[in-house]
Design a protein around this ligand. Structure first.
Ligand code: SF4
Length: 252
């Protein structure tokens, strides 16, 4: 069967070496590894978006974490930020389970796609403007291929990237809960990033994250998110293939 456009995009991303500094860093981290993961084989490559090809909501982060996505090969997987994000998506009915520990853990997103502005782990979580611009076409293509109706931007860097991709020239100041309409008809909802820096300090609470996830889902045309999970019995989901981009139909 020929690869879907999303699969083809994923393959293109995985092979990308456009940013020499990030290629060197992601591979160095994968070789040196953190002591607690020393027995694991790190992914060490670009981390493509992950989720439901029928996604109405696209969640956009900054970049994979060195020992999270860069280790596991799946975005927001295997680190504390991922724990927070997927638990919130699960509480909203937009994921089949609250944990995201490895690419083989059976997690499926429902009506949602999770991605990042930059697809390679950057040193100190700080990509350069050139690296951001190198990588943004991948997000742009994802948004063109998905039936996206709203974007949830996690953090100021993701917000800026989403504004660039969606043609927002006069960008309102970033803040948690800020909503920005776009010419493409895909509004952006802002959230503080669920980094430990924000969650440990209480700058971002579970309630705050839940509120923006639910708001973004409503702007995406979704009813109560819990309906998405009910619309397809979990047993049926579990019986499906383990393909990365398995389609999931949503209820009305
Ligand atoms: S950050 Fe993006 S553009 Fe740069 S090497 Fe990684 S995948 Fe390619």
């Amino acid at each position: 069967m020929p690869a879907s456009p999303l699969d083809a995009l994923c393959q293109e991303e995985i092979a990308c070496r456009r940013c020499p500094r990030l290629v060197e860093w992601r591979e160095k981290v994968a070789v040196e590894r953190r002591a607690s993961y020393s027995q694991e084989v790190y992914w060490g490559r670009p981390v493509p978006g992950f989720g439901d090809p029928a996604a109405r909501l696209v969640v956009v982060g900054l970049a994979p974490a060195a020992h999270g996505g860069n280790r596991t090969g799946r975005v927001f997987t295997g680190d504390r930020s991922g724990d927070w994000l997927w638990a919130a998506l699960w509480r909203a009915g937009l994921a089949t389970q609250p944990e995201s520990v490895s690419a083989a853990d059976g997690l499926r997103a429902l009506g949602t796609w999770v991605s990042a502005v930059v697809r390679c782990a950057p040193p100190a979580n700080r990509p350069t403007p050139q690296e951001r611009d190198n990588c943004l076409p991948y997000l742009e293509t994802e948004l063109a291929l998905l039936p996206a109706r709203a974007v949830l931007a996690l953090g100021a860097f993701a917000y800026e990237g989403c504004c660039r991709v969606l043609g927002v020239t006069k960008r309102p100041a970033f803040g948690h809960g800020v909503e920005v309409p776009t010419q493409r008809g895909i509004p952006i909802v802002c959230s503080y990033h669920p980094s430990q820096q924000n969650t440990f300090t209480g700058r971002l609470t579970e309630e705050m994250l839940d509120a923006v996830v639910r708001r973004a889902w409503r702007l995406a045309g979704g009813a109560d998110g819990a309906d998405a999970r009910k619309a397809r019995p979990l047993k049926k989901l579990a019986e499906q293939s383990a393909a990365l981009y398995e389609p999931v139909e949503l209820g009305p």
